[in-house]
Write a protein of this length. Structure first.
Length: 276
C-alpha cells in the first residue's frame, strides 16, 4: 500500500471535497444540535459528512477499517487495532460550524503502525486543501487553494524574539494562559480546528500548545501534514504522538516547527529571553 500513497492521496482529497460540500448544505441553516456523551455538539452536517466518507473509503480500500469521530467508542477501538486504518473527523470544529466562523475542516488520515502516513485537511468554506504524505524517505506536504495548483509547504526556523503561537478558540485554559505569558512579545493567533497545525506546517506560526485532551481524529490528518512539512507533534516530554490502538484519547501535546528549541521549558517556568 505504501507505493500507492500518492494515488490514495488524490482520491482522499476528492472524498474530503465531497464531504465538505455535503456539510455545507447545512451551513447557516437552522438545524437541530444534539449533545454527545462528552457534551460536544453533533449536527446533521457531521452525520452527512461521516456517512459519505465512510462509504467512499470502504469502496476505495475495502480491507482498511475506518475509525471516525461518529463511530461508537468501542467500535472505534476495535477497528483501531488494525495495522492500517483510516482515522477521520468528518467535521472538525463543529462549534465553529455552528458559530459560522468558517474555521472548521474535514480531516482524513491513513495510519500505519500507530503513526499517520497520509493526511488531508479540507476547509469547506474557502475550498482550501492541505495534504501530506509522511514517509521518512520522501515526505511531501502542500496546500492547494480553490482553483489553484498545489504549493509545497515547509515549517520555518523560529525567531524567539518574534514568535507566533497558535491557541485554540475554545480550549486554552489557565495552563496555556500561563505558558503564553512566558513568551515575551509573542504574537498569539486564535484559530479553530486542525487549521492550527496547518499554520505551523506552512510556516505562518511556530508553536501550538494543547493541554486539554484531544482525540486521534482531531490530530492524525494534521500530524501527517505537519511532520511531512518538517514539523513535530509530541507529548510534553518530547515523545512523538502515536495513534494508540488501546486508547482514542490523546494526552497533552505540543506542535512545533523548529526542533532546535526546547519548547517544553516554557511549561516549567522558562521564558523566551532565557532561551534566546
Amino acid at each position: 500500500m505504501l507505493s500507492s500513497l500518492p494515488h490514495l492521496l488524490d482520491c482522499v482529497q476528492q472524498i474530503a471535497t465531497a464531504a465538505g460540500r455535503a456539510a455545507l448544505e447545512y451551513y447557516g441553516q437552522p438545524i437541530p444540535i444534539e449533545a454527545k456523551s462528552d457534551h460536544s455538539p453533533l449536527t446533521q452536517a457531521d452525520k452527512a459528512s461521516h456517512t459519505l466518507i465512510s462509504t467512499q473509503l470502504a469502496a476505495l480500500t475495502p480491507d482498511v477499517p475506518v475509525v471516525s469521530e461518529e463511530s461508537t467508542e468501542s467500535a472505534a477501538i476495535s477497528r483501531g487495532a488494525a495495522q492500517w486504518r483510516w482515522v477521520v473527523d468528518p467535521l472538525d470544529g463543529t462549534k465553529e460550524f455552528i458559530k459560522q466562523t468558517g474555521q472548521f475542516t474535514v480531516n482524513i488520515a491513513l495510519v500505519r503502525h500507530d503513526y499517520p502516513v497520509l493526511g488531508v485537511v479540507y476547509v469547506p468554506v474557502s475550498g482550501l486543501h492541505y495534504g501530506g504524505v509522511n514517509l521518512s524517505a520522501c515526505p511531501a506536504a502542500w496546500r492547494q487553494p480553490a482553483g489553484a495548483p498545489r504549493e509545497p509547504i515547509r515549517t520555518r526556523r523560529a525567531d524567539l524574539q518574534h514568535l507566533t503561537v497558535v491557541a485554540s478558540r475554545d480550549h486554552a485554559g489557565p495552563v496555556v494562559d500561563a505558558f503564553l505569558a512566558r513568551l515575551e512579545g509573542a504574537a498569539i493567533t486564535s484559530m479553530g480546528s486542525s487549521l492550527k497545525f496547518c499554520l505551523i506546517a506552512e510556516g505562518r506560526a511556530d508553536f501550538y500548545p494543547r493541554v486539554v485532551p484531544t482525540m486521534q481524529w482531531d490530530t492524525a490528518a494534521a500530524q501527517a501534514i505537519l511532520e511531512a512539512a518538517g514539523g513535530h507533534l509530541t507529548l510534553l516530554d518530547g515523545t512523538r504522538l502515536a495513534c494508540r490502538k488501546d486508547a482514542l484519547r490523546n494526552p497533552a501535546t505540543m506542535a512545533f516547527g523548529d526542533c532546535r528549541i526546547d519548547w517544553a521549558r516554557f511549561f516549567t517556568g522558562g521564558s523566551s529571553s532565557e532561551l534566546a
